[in-house]
Design a protein. Structure first.
Length: 304
């Protein structure tokens, strides 16, 4: 059992017992009341896109790490691990719960994601098309030579104009790409909690916390779990604060900064992929962590 899973064991005695079956609107209203506007701290880097990070709960396969790494490379990091942000929206869609953070990701609410300039190149004019036909059909050599000169001039004018337009297109589209890249880093991100057919009718806020606690620290700055309900959460976060830094998606460098130099390291290669296993020796626990491309994908914590 991972530390993150252990952290998910929370006491919510202050919350009323949930209704056995709720409508989607009731579930969404409950989650909105509970989470929206609350500050959280990310345990993993979040990509700057409205695509967000998918967490599959039915079946419980978690995050596709290959897709996650590709999204980070493609979109950049909007919210870095260790940074705090606000839950801005909870939205339920059939088999999906969208958990928006810091705006939900660039492209969420009508953001212009197009890099097109909207400028079109010049097509052949009717004159150029007519001259092409006349050159093909003309049998008189001198006349055909004269027509060819006229055709070359018309073609050259079009190509010169298109070179000018293409330079303008390239400049505008590069400016748009830069603008979008900058906006992605300020647009927040989201988690997508995905279920097999529909969101369970008995879903409670603490079920969402359990699904996200490996990737999100729900403690606020005063150290208390954020909640709207009287008393809030009373999570069993344990007495070893360094272990709260342990999370899938963290880099090898971050792990070594958090837990020190590993006392054992090994590598194995399969299908061109190198997996590195590091073992960290803490005061009361031992961490065995597996990294693929220097990104933590699996870990176990054992007591000494």
């Amino acid at each position: 059992m991972s530390v993150a899973a252990a952290l998910a064991c929370v006491s919510l005695a202050a919350l009323p017992s949930p209704v056995a079956a709720q409508s989607p609107a009731q579930i969404e209203a409950s989650l909105k009341s509970y989470f929206e506007g609350k500050r959280i701290t990310l345990r993993m880097d979040m990509p700057g896109s409205a695509d967000g990070v998918d967490i599959r709960l039915e079946p419980a396969t978690g995050i596709n790490m290959s897709e996650y790494r590709n999204d980070l490379r493609r979109y950049g990091t909007a919210i870095a691990a260790g940074e705090s942000s606000t839950v801005t929206l909870i939205k339920l869609k059939g088999d999906l719960i969208e958990f928006h953070i810091g705006g939900g990701g660039f492209g969420t609410f009508g953001d212009d994601t197009s890099t097109s300039s909207g400028i079109k190149l010049v097509d052949k004019s009717e004159l150029e098309k007519t001259l092409e036909k006349q050159v093909r059909d003309e049998t008189d050599r001198d006349r055909r030579r004269s027509l060819q000169r006229d055709l070359d001039e018309a073609r050259d004018r079009r190509e010169r104009e298109n070179r000018r337009l293409q330079a303008q297109i390239d400049r505008i589209e590069e400016q748009k790409r830069q603008r979008i890249a900058e906006q992605r880093l300020r647009g927040g991100s989201r988690f997508n909690l995905r279920y097999k057919s529909r969101v369970p009718q008995s879903l409670r806020p603490e079920d969402v916390v359990s699904a996200l606690v490996e990737y999100v620290d729900f403690k606020n700055q005063s150290g208390n779990q954020t909640a709207n309900q009287p008393g809030g959460f009373s999570p069993a976060f344990g007495s070893a604060p360094d272990l709260n830094l342990l999370r899938k998606g963290m880099s090898r460098a971050d792990a070594e900064r958090a837990f020190g130099r590993p006392f054992d390291a090994s590598e194995r290669r399969a299908g061109g992929i190198v997996t590195t296993t590091l073992v960290f020796d803490l005061e009361a626990q031992k961490i065995s962590a597996e990294f693929v491309e220097n990104v933590l994908v699996r870990y176990t914590v054992t007591s000494k």
